[in-house]
Design a protein around this ligand. Structure first.
Ligand code: SAM
Length: 280
């Protein structure tokens, strides 16, 4: 329940104090909340998973759409608050759990792919994104509030200063569409950083397919660990210059100048090499 001063009261009657360790910045701007919900455009036939519902700013309008809604909230007090307030609706289930340990398969009981949404806790946003990528085939789309700086990295193209591991791996699995920026004043407490909404749509048919996506991750991570070096130097630990020069690439380029297709080429060469060693 909210008291007259607009604060959320927990079951013990005390107002909820935002917890920094859980990345709690609650949305209060109704105009922004409406715009996010319009971007999601929830339908009664949807199955939505909300990450970090908090005090329910997005949960209430999503629940009102009639969609099947599974909410994953780590904070025990807020999960109990939500259970009392929205959890009683037949279409809503509150899970008091860590999203990084939450298996999407545990709630996906029919052929519908899931829509994942959330004003993410910024302190764990990158691990959450990588965790969801592992389950991409279960997902229809994702709409997230994130730090603007993270959204810029997610959408960065080759040559941009923000181009790196996050953008490459997300774009390998998904179409990335930044939607709009959100000012700090829309939250209580105000975050110190700017925020933005982004939509991710997992590719139905992968435009580029690596033989081994895990190997691709290793190649990209290794390259960007030393992004100022040339490719042949930054990848020295995993592929020799001789092997690298057999590929149609300029090995004197820096990691930020290679496209996703270039990284897949290197990754596939490494995968083939290890397969041929295994067969020897
Ligand atoms: N959705 C609410 C809103 O927009 O006002 C709250 C957003 S707040 C930025 C992030 C929420 O994620 C908090 O409610 C926090 O308790 C929750 N949270 C933090 N870490 C989490 C985790 N590992 N798993 C699930 N929820 C988490």
């Amino acid at each position: 329940m909210r008291s007259r001063d607009g604060q959320v009261r927990l079951s013990n009657g005390m107002p909820h104090q935002a917890r920094k360790r859980f990345g709690q910045n609650f949305l209060h701007d109704q105009g922004i909340i409406d715009r996010i919900v319009q971007s999601i455009n929830p339908q009664a036939s949807d199955h939505i998973v909300e990450i970090g519902p908090g005090q329910g700013a997005l949960t209430r309008p999503l629940a009102a759409s009639g969609a099947r809604l599974d909410c994953v909230e780590l904070d025990r007090d807020l999960a109990a608050f939500l259970q009392t307030n929205v959890g009683k609706q037949a279409n809503v289930t509150i899970h008091q759990q860590d999203i990084l340990k939450f298996d999407l398969a545990s709630v996906q009981h029919d052929s519908r792919r899931l829509r994942i949404i959330g004003n993410l806790p910024y302190n764990i946003s990158t691990p959450v994104l990588f965790y969801l990528l592992q389950q991409h085939s279960r997902i229809q789309d994702m709409v997230f509030m994130l730090q603007l700086e993270v959204v810029n990295r997610m959408a960065a193209q080759v040559g941009d200063k923000n181009y790196g591991r996050l953008g490459l791996m997300l774009q390998y699995y998904c179409e990335v569409e930044p939607l709009f920026n959100v000012p700090s004043a829309a939250f209580t407490p105000r975050p110190k950083v700017s925020s933005a909404i982004v939509r991710l749509i997992p590719h139905q048919t992968m435009p580029i397919q690596a033989k081994d996506p895990e190997c691709l991750q290793v190649v990209i991570r290794t390259a960007f660990n030393q992004r100022r070096k040339t490719l042949k130097n930054s990848l020295k630990a995993i592929i020799s210059e001789t092997e690298l020069t057999t590929l149609p690439l300029d090995v004197s380029m820096r990691p930020e100048n290679l496209t996703l297709a270039d990284y897949v080429l290197i990754s596939d060469a490494l995968t083939e090499q290890s397969e041929s060693h295994e067969n020897e």
